[in-house]
Design a protein around this ligand. Sequence first.
Ligand code: NDP
Ligand code: OXD
Length: 308
Amino acid sequence: MALLFHSPDEDAQAWRRALLRHAPGLDVRLWPEVGDPAQIDAALVWRAPPGLLASLPNLRLILSLGAGVDAMLADPTLPDLPLCRLVDPSLTRMMGEFVLALVLKYHRQLDVFARQQREQRWAFTLPPQPGETAVGILGLGELGSHAAGLLRGMGFAVRGWSRSPKAIEGIATFAGPDGLAPFLAGTAILVCLLPLTPETRGIMDAHLLAGLPTGARLINVGRGAQLVERDLIDALDRGHLAHASLDCVAEEPLPPGHPFWSHPRIDITPHVASFSLPDSAAEGVVDNLRRLEEGRPLRNLVDRARGY
Ligand code: NDP
Ligand code: OXD
């Protein structure tokens, strides 16, 4: 079997080594060394140039190197073939760490103290107990449910919102459009871990933000286009929201001079919440290649109608 690898962001040689450890006979071709395009059976890609996948006439499977497949689905030339997204234990763990770090920042009011430092002001109140801080997670999938479990383990009051109803021990769950308002009303720190789909594009707008209690904080680690940027700035400037941490923005890299760079109540990180690591992710990729060969059901298959 021949697998084409393409990613402008990853160490291609490390991926080749990791894949060969699990499948020594695999013919791994590192783009742009495609060889004969007709020989390629599967493609493992991130930010593939539009048209690359369509140029492989015998392609049978597309594997995303990322958890989110929104950019891939936006390519009008994407072949109508099975598409699997990446689920990687390291990616899941790192996202959990990142969300935990930002929740702790807010729980221990480090955003407040950073502002006080700029004002040369020495003041404090007793910090709340974790059980007094309600963290609401939009999206209870692979990443959201793991982050929820970590936070729950730390004693936070965790709630989550998903499309389909869920029962998760120790976590208050809400589902669907009707569940959104009650979910938001009890959330002090909102974490977005939704995939970007037609339904979630612009979901964090003035209406959603108004549904949060005054003084709430926002952590967006999903996708930038889920947030209406102007509405966030309005909510912060009016004092309805206290602070936001944005790992994803609509245009990446964030353009010079964008108001987010200098807003005193916004922290920006350059889409670094989590990464897929070849040493832990390769096993799942190879498992799916074997499933393809043996005609068994693929794992982490994207439902194109849902968009994730
Ligand atoms: P999953 O597909 O496992 O989970 C998605 C969750 O979102 C599910 O719980 C799903 O509900 C819920 N959901 C989707 N659409 C809706 C909707 N319309 N209304 C309510 N809930 C909805 O995805 P992952 O957890 O693996 O990843 C989530 C996203 O995280 C990725 O798509 C990507 O955008 C982002 N990400 C960001 C990274 C970063 O570094 N910043 C790194 C990796 C991922 P249900 O369970 O009912 O299907
Ligand atoms: C992903 C990402 O979707 O890194 O995996 O954003």
